[in-house]
Design a protein around this ligand. Structure first.
Ligand code: FES
Length: 585
């Protein structure tokens, strides 16, 4: 067990002064000599925070992971990173995803860590940890925190986000009183855990499992279920084996594994946010992934999972129905079954015995919810570098639509006018929001599902075509075109749209076009001027200077792996230790 040279040995082995100091200070935690016998040091990267309520139970999860690590002969050491709470952080947690990814990467690299267990939950915590761990590329396993319990109020089941949007619209249309709305608030978040519909957190947990970065079955176990702790303990044992077998993220997250994740994303009706996160993750590993890959895989993957916002059910139901293993078994003909998972087995082996226990939640591929996947990629003169739309959460009758633009220059403008009864809006209007992209938001906030104007709600209109360069919560629904690239803040075509222009959306042909004559378009482009940057210093400035557009995953340009061997970065840290040898040499 202790024969192989590990990263941590550079800190703890030998008689030198540095080793003396490293051991002496760690002994302040009460460790005896025994823990310095060469056993693997396992970092437990915890995104717990009282400001991230979805991750509130991760301290308990970490304790159980430690139990597993100790059982397998490792030394567990827990460490915090910044945590991104979707609900609390402004202007958007997405502004900080790359910061958290850097924090995760640097904490792994700078410390005596041979393997790491990643504890995530809320939306951005999962992709941030995957990106950081991929760049550090030491053995890593993820334990997602699981969904919260399904909300129940007055005999009705409610889904996070999805039903908040619906109830708020009901208040605005007079169908629900304000008192009833406030009463529902008390029943909305019943436990720790992430949003329990197929929002971004559920989607990214499923992506982590689909690409082999968690133990099989991890994604759907409710946060409050004892099996969540059991899989955490098993993950603690597994990471020690992974260190001995040298199973690193770069061996698991391959091009095939990412394709598997995209297939599953389509089959579950996953969040559009998965697109930016998977593009960013692929970039960290130097893998070639394009927006059009999502569309290619979407066209040939049926959506078979009936969860809100595309369907009716909840993550708890998906767990009881067989979870992600059962979904993957049902579409196994579309998957790369030889892909490696954290447990050292192939995907094919891991799902061989999976079963569907409730076909009303996980449909047969022959009777899908939708014949195609949830997310489609659009192009056209309004989105030369692409845009996305979640067709499974859109209104059928609006998927082929032509209407006049009603333009909001930014979110403040939108909020000021959206409920005015003088708003020149009809059910055929196309609502356009500018300055919601990576630089314009900034941070590409989830502003894309603009509220349906009061004037339309009053006449019973529940959906209208909306387009922007922003994102949308994975829990949201509606005919909403998102992620338009290049964005308006840098002079993308969206910047030149004016009230009254005709816009056509043709989902079947994957088109989004602005019907403006070329010379008029050129005139508007020539007179366009960028707005002042919103940050002049600090992290915000770093973000604005380096963030990539949505079609590149919104990572920072200097974090994309363009062929650099990660071992080269490791060497810098090892040089400080007086050992010019990394564990890979
Ligand atoms: Fe954390 Fe929805 S608010 S996952």
């Amino acid at each position: 067990m202790k024969s192989k040279r590990l990263r941590s040995h550079a800190w703890f082995s030998g008689l030198g002064r540095d080793a003396f100091v490293h051991r002496a200070y760690l002994k302040s935690e009460g460790f005896s000599e025994n823990v310095f016998d060469g056993r693997p040091v396992i970092g437990i990267c915890n995104s717990w925070s009282e400001l991230t309520t979805c991750n509130l139970h991760l301290r308990q999860v970490a304790q159980v992971v430690k139990r597993g690590v100790l059982q397998a002969g490792g030394l567990p050491l827990e460490f915090p990173t910044i945590s991104l709470g979707e609900v609390m952080m402004k202007p958007t947690s997405m502004l900080y995803r790359n910061l958290m990814a850097m924090d995760v990467e640097e904490m792994i690299r700078a410390n005596p860590i041979d393997g790491v267990v990643l504890l995530s939950g809320c939306d951005k915590t999962t992709p941030a940890q995957l990106m950081g761990a991929a760049s550090a590329d030491v053995p890593a396993i993820m334990v997602t925190g699981g969904p919260m319990l399904t909300a129940r109020w007055r005999g009705e089941e409610l889904g996070s986000g999805t039903d908040a949007f619906r109830l708020w619209d009901a208040v605005r249309s007079g169908e629900l009183s304000e008192d009833e709305f406030l009463e529902a608030e008390n029943h909305f978040a019943r436990s720790a855990g992430h949003c329990m519909v197929m929002g971004t957190a559920s989607t990214m947990a499923a992506m982590a499992e689909a690409m082999g970065m968690t133990l099989p079955g991890c994604a759907c176990i409710p946060a409050a279920d004892s099996r969540r702790l059991a899989i955490a303990e098993a993950s603690g044992r597994e990471i020690v084996s992974m260190v001995h077998a040298d199973i690193r993220p770069s061996k698991i997250v391959t091009g095939d594994a990412i394709e598997n994740a995209i297939r599953v994303d389509m089959a579950i009706g996953g969040s559009t946010n998965a697109v930016v996160h998977l593009l960013a993750l692929a970039g960290r590993l130097g893998l070639r992934l394009e927006l059009d890959d999502f569309d290619r895989l979407s066209r040939s993957t049926p959506c078979i999972v009936d969860l809100k916002p595309s369907g009716e059910r909840y993550m708890e139901d998906l767990y009881y129905a067989g979870g992600i293993p059962a979904v993957m078994r049902e579409i196994q003909a579309l998957l790369h079954l030889s892909s490696l998972a954290v447990n050292g087995k192939s995907l094919g082996d891991n799902i061989a015995n999976a079963e569907i226990f409730d076909e009303s939640v996980i449909r047969s591929r022959n009777t899908p919810l939708f014949s195609e996947g949830g997310t489609v990629v659009l192009r056209g003169n309004l989105a030369p570098q692409g845009a996305v739309l979640k067709q499974t959460a859109a209104s059928r009758h609006l998927l082929h639509h032509r209407g006049k633009a009603l333009v909001f220059n930014d979110r403040a403008d939108m909020y000021q006018r959206i409920d005015s009864l003088d708003l020149p809006v009809t059910k055929d209007s196309v609502l356009v929001l500018k300055h919601a992209g990576p630089l314009g938001g900034p941070g590409m906030p989830e502003w894309g599902n603009l509220p349906v104007p009061q004037k339309l709600l009053d006449i019973g209109v529940k959906d209208v075509v909306r387009i922007s360069d922003g994102r949308m919560s994975g829990t949201a629904f509606g005919t909403v075109v998102l992620h338009i690239a290049p964005e308006s803040a840098i002079g993308g075509p969206l910047a030149y749209v004016q009230d009254g222009d005709f816009i056509s959306l043709d989902v079947a042909n994957r088109r989004l076009d602005l019907e403006v004559e070329d010379d008029e378009f050129a005139r508007r482009r020539a007179s366009w001027r960028p707005e002042q940057p919103q940050y002049l210093r600090g992290y915000g400035r770093l973000f604005l200077d380096h963030v990539l557009q949505a079609d590149r995953g919104c990572d920072f340009d200097f974090l994309v792996n363009d062929g650099i061997d990660n071992a080269r970065d490791d060497a810098v840290y090892f040089a400080e230790l007086g050992s010019r040898q990394s564990s890979r040499q």
